[in-house]
Design a protein around this ligand. Sequence first.
Ligand SMILES: O=C(CO)COP(=O)(O)O
Length: 229
Amino acid sequence: MKPPIILINYKAYENSYGEKAIEISKKIEKISKNYGIPIIISVPATMIYKLSQEVELIIYAQHVDSVRHGAHTGSILPEMIKDSGAKGSLLNHSEKKIRLDEIHEALTRMKNLGLESVVCIDSYELVHPLALLKPDAILIEPPELIGSGRAVSKERPEVITKAVDEVKKVPGVYLLAGAGITTGEDVYKAIQLGADGIGVASAVMKAENPEKVVEDFVANAIKAIDKRQ
Ligand SMILES: O=C(CO)COP(=O)(O)O
């Protein structure tokens, strides 16, 4: 079985850093191990090193700058996240958009460093052009549903099916779907519609019992992938 891809974006919630981030990451690690499914967590840059020491999860940055070494105050380079222990990064999240030339440059640099990449986009029309840049995956998220509790897989299923059709034009690029994913059923439906996995943030980061939420997501993702094969 090809495992489903579960990406949890920590964003900048109160529990996205410090001791609380370690605590939530350990809970996610437990589920990842119990189910034998790798889970990606995209964390604030300040937490990459610490979390890479504490947990066996796939750690991503949430953004990288495409500038090269030099006088660029405040920049976070692909080289820096790799040195800190990240395996990859999100790029172009709706909340951290960058230009197309910056996506291209960042992807080239990340590939040369052996870093994985997930490019976020907000419409299916952009799936094919961005897939041609050969990221590891594309994460499609209609911005109006992000953080809404209304799942893309239920509210806009056609976004997923169209994105899946588009990504198939470029072999080797995975398609993830996100925005408003709240329940295991939302995850199941996204994968049934053809996504290789999901991206999620608020349903986990704002949960009273994040472990239970992630477990429900993972169990449903496995069920959906099994059924598809
Ligand atoms: O932006 C997202 C993941 O990158 C999705 O956010 P929500 O899960 O909060 O809708």
